[in-house]
Design a protein around this ligand. Structure first.
Ligand SMILES: NC(=O)c1ccc[n+]([C@@H]2O[C@H](COP(=O)([O-])OP(=O)(O)OC[C@H]3O[C@@H](n4cnc5c(N)ncnc54)[C@H](O)[C@@H]3O)[C@@H](O)[C@H]2O)c1
Length: 341
């Protein structure tokens, strides 16, 4: 294995050097704990990554890679390829982090999870909010009982997506079968956060559509309601065309509320209109730099997990739950039913 080669650095294989692959290349490079290699079938993108990062090995095809020479894979290909790539890592007993969502259908998901369990390897899913300081603080405050029992959550996460991803019509985002659209691509982050905070989902109802964005076959808007085994409920609203960038969530408990507005976490326990406590977890940071810094945090979390330290990133089984919510949301509107999960 890489680290037995003597320098203590982990040999990390980034599979797919597109948008998110490059964020991970930058993040792992910034840890100072990793030696980087890539697999990227697109020649131009592969050459760009080779020019941008200190890359040891660069491959066009996973089939030419000696997976056993690596300590960790980071799967950054489109989500319709996640199941076969997870299966390849399991066969080589190579620990990995796979980007979200876990997959785009349930086909092969349970067999892939079983193969990973049989291989006994570390495996996590890249729902980046799980290492975000404001979400960790939120989770701790809820677990400590600050708002009593959490019974209801409202989330509105909406933005002018084409501004942030100008190539959206040419990426997986435009194609439902590759994991694009508001539900699988965007809302799945929120579904994972809700599974983490609220436990097992039992039912989902939704409406979704492409209301504005042109040049895609995917929905740019979804309204999703979820019920959990505890009886608590959540409502998730997303549009990907409005001009203001809104990321607001209310976590409503029997003794008070916690609200998140981007990175500002506030605690409210009366009707004075003023929070009892409020804190911006990105205060003083430039938002774009703070966002990239989270990929370094995530890389360190995976490298720590390889060293046997606890890791808050989503397990495959947890990501399976958020995938079931996403697929249930699609089935709900397609069939005009409430879907039991
Ligand atoms: N965690 C986050 O915040 C976040 C953000 C964006 C995207 N993502 C996820 O990351 C994944 C990729 O998204 P992206 O925006 O980087 O897409 P992208 O299209 O920019 O990049 C995907 C890359 O994978 C490459 N690829 C295709 N087949 C491959 C294969 N067999 N082996 C290796 N590489 C292959 C493509 O050539 C492309 O360069 C998706 O699952 C997406 O949902 C996560």
């Amino acid at each position: 294995m890489g680290r037995s080669m003597g320098d203590g650095m982990a040999r990390v294989l980034i599979i797919g050097s597109g948008g998110i692959g490059r964020r991970h290349l930058r993040g792992y490079a910034a840890t100072g704990r990793a030696r980087l290699s890539i697999v990227e079938p697109h020649e131009g993108r592969r050459q760009e990554a080779e020019a941008m990062f200190p890359i040891e090995e660069s491959h066009a095809d996973l089939a030419t890679v000696d997976l056993k020479a690596f300590d960790l894979a980071v799967i950054c290909a489109p989500a319709n390829l996640h199941v076969p790539l997870i299966t390849a890592c399991a066969a080589a007993r190579l620990p990995f982090m796979v980007e979200k969502p876990l997959a785009v259908t349930m086909d092969g998901v349970d067999a892939a999870i079983a193969a990973v369990e049989a291989a006994g390897i570390l495996a996590r899913v890249g729902y980046i909010r799980r290492i975000a300081p404001e979400i960790l603080a939120l989770r701790e405050k809820i677990a400590a009982g600050l708002i009593g029992d959490l019974r209801l959550v409202y989330v509105n996460s909406s933005q002018d997506f084409p501004k942030y991803r100008p190539d959206f019509q040419r990426t997986y985002y435009a194609r439902p079968e590759m994991g694009g659209g508001a539900i699988l691509d965007a809302a799945s982050h929120t579904f994972d956060m809700l599974v983490w905070l609220m436990g097992r989902p039992v039912a989902v109802a939704s409406m979704y559509d492409r209301l504005v964005l042109e040049g895609t076959d995917t929905e740019d808007t979804c309204l999703v309601s979820i019920r959990f085994a505890s009886g608590a409920m959540a409502n998730v609203t997303i549009n990907q065309f409005q001009k203001p960038n809104v990321a607001e969530a209310s976590f409503i408990g029997t003794k008070g509320n916690l609200t998140l507005a981007h990175s500002v976490l506030s605690h409210w326990d009366d009707d004075s209109g003023r929070p009892r406590e409020t804190r911006d977890y990105m205060d003083g940071l430039v938002p774009t730099e703070a966002h990239q810094a989270r990929f370094t945090l995530e890389a360190n979390a995976m490298l720590d997990a390889l060293d046997g330290r606890p890791c808050s990133l989503a397990t495959l089984s947890e990501a399976r739950e958020s995938l079931r919510i996403a697929l249930g949301a699609k089935a709900s509107w397609d069939n005009r039913i409430i879907v039991s999960l």
